[in-house]
Design a protein around this ligand. Sequence first.
Ligand SMILES: [Zn+2]
Length: 488
Amino acid sequence: MSDLQPVIGLEIHLQLKTKTKMFCACASGEQEASANSLICPVCTSQPGALPVINEKAVELGAKAALAINCNIEPYSIFARKNYFYPDLPKSYQISQFEKPLAQNGHIKIETPDGEKKIGIERAHLEEDAGKSLHAIGSKDLDYTLIDLNRAGIPLLEIVSAPDMNSPEEAYTYLAELKKTIQWLGVSNCDMEKGELRCDVNISLKPKEATELGKKVEIKNLNSFKAVKDSIFYEIARQTDIIKSGKIVLSDTRLWDDKEEETYSMRSKETANDYRYFPDPDLVSLKFSDEYASKIKNSLGELPQQKKTRFIEQYALNNYDANLLTANKNLSSYFEDCVKLGGEPKISANLIATELMGRLNADKLEIKDCPITPQYIAELAQLLKSGKISNTISKQVMDKIWEKPSSPKELIETSGMSQVSDENQIREWAKEALSKNPKAIEDFKNGNEKAIGPIMGMIMKKSKGKANPKITNSIIKALIQRLGDKSKS
Ligand SMILES: [Zn+2]
């Protein structure tokens, strides 16, 4: 049997960051509120209650759709998606079907084989359902409670094309999408709070086949790890089925985090099962070209554009540019350092290695960073001018992390600046060499690395202050001279 290739598409539900719900004035997204305290006749579907479209939700949806390169459709409508579930009292969800808000976008991701374009088929608005709280498992608590606070919260569903072929690609696509959406402030995308939920569609086909295999859907994944792990699992499961000559059933499955396996929830429904039809209670959405371009202009520089600019303008490498555009605050922090006179590459290095390490260790975000961009800019200047070495710079970072202060002043008052005095360094070098005759011998026999321990001893002696460049050339000169002497 030929090699099987996974074909993966993702459906992402994003909770839009509005003050009120999609079709009523109830507060949206209050996590702390007590159950059923944020409800009204509309979101609990009382007879005769009429929904009204939340303009802000439409604007945020359009913003997100444009940021992922979709076209805003000039005309879109809301439709009823009919199904029964206890947390959906209307027995239908208001969504969009035939005429979605936006279509035909893409996101570029990086893969080991280079850049890859993942198509986005559509982005549409819909409302969330309520929440069922199952108290099953104890003899006295065999019931389910319904909380409708979440019912009617605005969502944007983003449906990708089946363009991904590995768990890693799905992971990268999700990360890139999340980064862009958070950047725009359209959604918080907190997966733990259910603000970003992901369904995976996956099938396998012989590598050279054009027709897709039977699709399985894994629903409601709420972490990046679950997305990646469940895809790995499904690839293995479906491969076994196909290789044993059986047929993969098209079903809807759930991921069990503990058992690390998917299990079947129901056979997969098709669009026909939902009997979609246009919602007669809601007006259609009509967008002028001006509206779309006004929103497009409000997007500002997006992470991928910023990354490209960082590489071109500041000569950063791909890794640093990626890291510095991980979020909006971090990229502003870096550019502030540069504006304040920090050499771009040195500033990027200081942020990537020294600052991020400390922020991560203390679980801080860049917006809470105790060290201002001014201080990083100063440190970068000190490094560039050779006044301090990398070792000293680390010591300065330790000090100003504990007690924020100007690195320039610190260097001046504490005597931490680099020693470039050749006589002093020569003395240290002579002492170190006298204790390491083997290193001298090794170096003379062509082992350049033998100089390392000598360097280390001098650094220790000078408390990291010896200028590495000068020290290196002095050591080499001394060894040379010793060699000459032994010959004569
Ligand atoms: Zn309401």
